[in-house]
Structure formats: structure tokens, C-alpha cells
Design a protein around this ligand. Structure first.
Ligand SMILES: [Zn+2]
Length: 291
């Protein structure tokens, strides 16, 4: 289950927190109709669409990236003990899966050098912090947490107008501990790891690009949520902050990486979540990697 993908000198490994079947497809993609879903059901079930509930299957996972120099965690899932009354299936969850699976991959919290968040929604920042003696403290004591400045600015403003629980318990404590590093949306950590601006789902959303020995990979975050969006190019997701921009960014992403050989690590896609974008008819297709 925890296969390691080797990209030149970089090892990529998925750390799965849970498989979420809590989202109903018609409301997740407000532009979709029941007729659309009856057309897609046959190829999406059972892996991308749950035949029991009829809901989408979304993997909630982080990507562990080990380069020759750094141990990096990209996105940190939902987290345990987080109060999320708006999302009953994530509210106060106590899965105790994330840190044990990270440990099984050979990484203890103190080993992580960098945490990178593609954006600041609750299912991407959760394990940034953990509850200790009644306080939220950074889970990774030696890590720098890299947030795009633009994303930080937009969530700080949003939080002032409309309190964001994940900003309060999973982002602010990292800043208070002086472990946050706010960067431009095209920030490069080094010549193997850099950010790619992919705004729309959130104003400062970024993908994470990896390169080693001529091989490239990109971690999508929420630039795309489900393989159905490779086919239904006009569908936007209910939480897209700017649906038109999100759509244009997603189409640009699919065009850029289509038939390019670049490995796409699609954060919420069904397992194995790692593959390539290929062109198919007038749209695209996500071809899963054999590993
Ligand atoms: Zn997400």
C-alpha cells in the first residue's frame, strides 16, 4: 500500500490519513446533473465513486518527499481532535493513522525539515499542529512551514471577517512558534523543489513541483479534485473561491502536463493517486502509474 515512487534522487511516498466518502457529487460539483453522473458512474465506480453511498471517493493524504538534502511533507490532511462542526465526518476525528503511517515510512516528527501547504483549507493543514496539554503546538518541532504569502494574506483577511477554525488551530500556532516562512508563489526551495502558482480554488493556491535527474513530478493539491474533472473541463468544485479562475488554472495545468511525461501526484484522487495526464478525444485522462 505504501509504495515509494522514485523520481531520480527524490523518493515520493503517500501518507494516507483516510479515504473520505462524505461528499455527495451533485453538490460537490454544482454544475453537474444526475444525467452526467449516470454517464460517468460505470467508469468511476467503485474506486472514484462509492457504489454504496453514491458519494465521491477522495483520498485524504500527504506526500512525503525525501530529497538528498531534505525531508518534506506536502499537505497535512485533516488532523485528529480538530473541531470541524461544519464537516461532521471530520469533526473531532481520532483516527490515529497519520503519525503511525509516517513512522512506518521511517520518519518521526522531529525528522521533518519542511512542511509545505498547497493552500490553507482544513484538509491540508490539520497535522500542522497537534494537541498537547490542551494547546495546539506544531507537530514537527524542527520544521519550517512554508506558506504562500498570498494565501496567508487572503486567509488572514477571511478569518477576520468570518473565523476559520483551521486557521486558528492549525496555522496561527505555527506562526506564533516562529516556524512559518511566508514566500512568493514561485518560491524555490532549491533546484529540486519549487512552487507553482495555481490560483482559483483559493487565492494563493500553489502546486509543488519536484525535479531530479531530468524527471519531473507535480503535486496538485486542490487544483483538481477528481479524475472526472479531466473529462468534464467546465466543472468547478463547490469551494472554489473564484470558479472561473479555478477552471482556467485547471485547464492550463492539464494542457501543460498532458503527454509530457511529468508524474502527477493528485492529492485527492483514488489510490494510487500517482499517474500521468494524457489527451483523450477532446479532453484528458488520468493514466495511473503501474506502481
Ligand atoms: Zn482538499
Amino acid at each position: 500500500m505504501m509504495v515509494q515512487y522514485q523520481l531520480g534522487d527524490i523518493a515520493i511516498q503517500r501518507i494516507v490519513e483516510s479515504i473520505c466518502t462524505g461528499f455527495e457529487p451533485l453538490s460537490f460539483f454544482p454544475g453537474s446533473t444526475s444525467e452526467d453522473w449516470s454517464r460517468h458512474r460505470s467508469w468511476m465506480e467503485p474506486r472514484a465513486l462509492d457504489p454504496v453511498s453514491g458519494n465521491l471517493v477522495l483520498t485524504i493524504q500527504a506526500f512525503l518527499v525525501r530529497t538528498r538534502h531534505h525531508v518534506i511533507l506536502v499537505d497535512t490532511c485533516v488532523g485528529d481532535h480538530k473541531s470541524r462542526p461544519q464537516r461532521p465526518f471530520w469533526h473531532m476525528q481520532k483516527f490515529n493513522t497519520f503519525l503511525p503511517r509516517l513512522a512506518a515510512a521511517g520518519v518521526n516528527p522531529e525528522d521533518v525539515d519542511y512542511v509545505m501547504c498547497t493552500h490553507l483549507h482544513g484538509d491540508h493543514v490539520g497535522w500542522n499542529t497537534q494537541l498537547r496539554d490542551g494547546r495546539w503546538v506544531p507537530t514537527f518541532p524542527n520544521a519550517k512551514y512554508i506558506f504562500a504569502q498570498r494565501e496567508w494574506d487572503s486567509f488572514e483577511e477571511l478569518h477576520r471577517r468570518n473565523p476559520q477554525p483551521q486557521f486558528l488551530d492549525s496555522v496561527l500556532p505555527v506562526v506564533e512558534a516562529r516556524q512559518a516562512q511566508l514566500v512568493g508563489s514561485e518560491f524555490s526551495l532549491d533546484d529540486e523543489v519549487w512552487l507553482e502558482p495555481t490560483p482559483g480554488h483559493t487565492p494563493g493556491h500553489v502546486c509543488v513541483h519536484l525535479a531530479s535527474r531530468g524527471a519531473h513530478a507535480v503535486i496538485t493539491g486542490d487544483c483538481i479534485h477528481s479524475p472526472v474533472q479531466c473529462v468534464e473541463l467546465g466543472w468547478t468544485m463547490r469551494a472554489d473561491a473564484d470558479p472561473a479562475l479555478a477552471s482556467a488554472t485547471r485547464l492550463g495545468f492539464l494542457e501543460r502536463y498532458c503527454d509530457s511525461g511529468v508524474i502527477v501526484c493528485a492529492t485527492h484522487f483514488p489510490e494510487p493517486s500517482i499517474g500521468r495526464i494524457i489527451r483523450r478525444e477532446n479532453a484528458f485522462w488520468f493514466g495511473e502509474d503501474a506502481t
